[in-house]
Design a binder for this molecule. Sequence first.
Ligand code: ATP
Ligand code: MG
Ligand code: MG
Length: 381
Amino acid sequence: QPVVGILGGGQLARMLALAAAPLGVNCLAVDGSADACAGQVAPLVVADWSDRAALEAFAHQVDVVTFDFENVPADTAHWLAERVAVHPAPEALAVAQDRLAEKTLFRACGLPTTEFMAVDTREQLDQALAAIGAPAILKTRRLGYDGKGQFRLATAGDADAAWAALGAQAATLGLILEAFVPFERELSIIAVRGRDGEFRTWPLTGNWHVDGVLSMSLAPAPSLGPLQQRASEHARALAERLGYVGVFALELFVKDGELLGNEMAPRVHNSGHWTIEGAHASQFENHVRAVLGLPLGDTGVRGTAAMFNWIGELPDATPVLCGVDAHWHDYGKQARPGRKVGHATVCAPDASTLATRLRNIAQALGREAQVEPVLRALADV
Ligand code: ATP
Ligand code: MG
Ligand code: MG
């Protein structure tokens, strides 16, 4: 039986392992922590990225290596790639690890982005603010996730506060200043490319964030017009440029009806969790297929679907367990503020049925505010 090695043992590795099982594929995850939640459903190697002896043994046990965690050090990924097939390739991972390289690539591939400039010193922050204007967001180039490593500047007068918050990171992680985008909506497209170059996408997903963390997703995002095809073409251009193999997510803003690229995630993505029940083949199944060189599965949808993210702690499961075509996912993680501990997906044949099902579950949980933007989007259909 083929074995897929996964660097990182979080909920993404866990869901990859669960999707791999029916294909007769086993997974082996590596994580620095013995409590990593993938370890509850698949064997886990407990090792740091610098533990070459453990990684050497791991490389011999697996047929291909992939990622649950995009910030695996580039030298570790390259070192592994000398021993075993690694998908996506370390070069593609490196681009997605650096917001500056990523946005530069987007533009080179014809995907517009907001204005941005690298910031290495306090003086360059002033120069960037003069060029870009405010409001703006200062971000670390590397290692940011869930809105961490970001500072929002309402005016140029916030430069001192922004530097106090992130200046110490300039030398190690690098910084980038981005013009704030007053977007109409936020979308993502999940795409998959096989070893043979076959390329497929799922329908665009609408996303809502709270405090920089994904809160709700809706798929297919309503009222897209030509955006679906444009987003697919952008994703394909990026994948081909990178020689990408596997699933990735492209996060997009819609401003004045046009797409702007925000970032890409070189892995399965939170905004694609709805594909487990809402599509014929999920992002997890197709990632396993792609990295093993198997034919890709059907990315068509079964209807419409919405996802609630559970951040910090799980709510009562009962309303979801009792809901029609509603699906509960508990990652088996300890509750902790800001941590992604689970999600729920609700599916329906049409928008109005989905709205009714979502409203019922949200009311039972006292989470009307969380679901409200999704209900508004569904009402516009
Ligand atoms: P993720 O958890 O998706 O990896 P991240 O920490 O890498 O997040 P971003 O995706 O860059 O960070 O930002 C988080 C959210 O903050 C975005 O989804 C978007 O809602 C908002 N945001 C980020 N950059 C901008 C911008 N330039 N203008 C407006 N909003 C932005
Ligand atoms: Mg990110
Ligand atoms: Mg993001």
